[in-house]
Design a protein around this ligand. Structure first.
Ligand code: ZN
Length: 291
């Protein structure tokens, strides 16, 4: 989820909303197997059109980077947020039945402003992993955080140098917030909401996936292939972090996920991800999209 705005206003907004206008876009139109249902509240016809276009483009970008969204149906609820300071001030995944992605948006944002915002790519990436126990939240949020800019790179929304700069900026902020939120990563993760330790937890998790991805790339595969395979064969609704990394080892026929997990889950420091690692990753994915 996106932690920058509090959760409560969204829950307050929902009952006030005078019904959602609903668009069901058929699987054929979108050329993927997931039945997509976009519901809006408080948007004009033109604003709804812009939002639909943004969401379908965002889904395409994530599916191109990872694999088809691993579910039969997906509901996206879009609510207008008044006085918004950014295109998507708040978002979260609701893992009920059906699974929903809830977005609060600035109804006046342009299509380009929506496309340039990382939030949708982050939320959609959450759909490829199970909901984990709270001490393992760093894996859930780390994966979505790692994928948000990788998806934007793959879709050419950002270029190589922007990708590397944004990742470095995230790691720098994660490191700074580790000083203000000390403790073992799994403990801080377990208590993330109370402590407001989002940046440390999200970016420590992103560092985990950067390390794992670099190791996978060195073996001739990469994280997006492994997660793509996992999400098609083995995705569950809920799991423990350890069960997840054990399963990912099986899929990748390696020990990379568990070995790196054992280095990370109790660590008190912020991991060091070198510019060389980021370059290896960005060039790998960049050359994949050019191929
Ligand atoms: Zn998230």
């Amino acid at each position: 989820m996106k932690p920058t705005a509090p959760q409560i206003p969204y829950r307050v907004l929902l009952p006030i909303a005078v019904g959602f206008i609903c668009f069901v876009i058929s699987a054929l139109e979108l050329s993927h197997a997931t039945q997509l249902d976009i519901k809006h509240s408080g948007l004009s016809k033109q604003q709804a059109k812009t939002v639909n276009l943004w969401i379908t483009q965002g889904i395409d970008a994530v599916e191109q980077t990872l694999s088809p969204i691993p579910m039969d149906s997906l509901t996206i609820e879009v609510v207008r947020k008044r006085y918004a300071r950014e295109p998507v001030p708040f978002a979260q995944v609701d893992r009920g039945s059906p699974t929903k992605v809830k977005l609060q948006v600035d109804a006046n944002a342009s299509l380009q402003e929506f496309v340039d915002d990382w939030t949708l790519y982050h939320e959609l990436s959450h759909l490829y992993l199970p909901y984990l126990d709270t001490p393992s939240f760093w894996l859930n949020e780390g994966f979505a955080t790692y994928m948000q800019y990788l998806t934007m790179l793959g879709a050419k929304v950002i270029d190589l140098s922007q990708y590397e700069a944004r990742m470095k900026d995230g790691f720098d902020r994660g490191k700074a917030r580790t000083r203000s939120h000390p403790g073992r990563l799994s403990d801080v993760s377990d208590d993330m909401w109370n402590r407001g330790a989002f940046t440390r937890v999200y970016w420590s998790g992103a560092a985990y996936f950067a390390e794992v991805d670099r190791a996978l790339i060195a073996r001739g595969t990469d994280l997006t292939h492994v997660i793509g395979q996992y999400s098609q064969c083995c995705l569950r609704q809920n799991s423990s972090g350890w069960q997840l990394v054990t399963q990912l080892d099986k899929v990748s026929r390696s020990k990379i996920f568990t070995d790196t997990y054992l280095e990370y889950y109790q660590r008190r420091d912020f991991p060091s991800i070198s510019p060389g690692t980021l370059q290896k990753i960005s060039h790998h994915y960049h050359s994949e999209t050019e191929a």
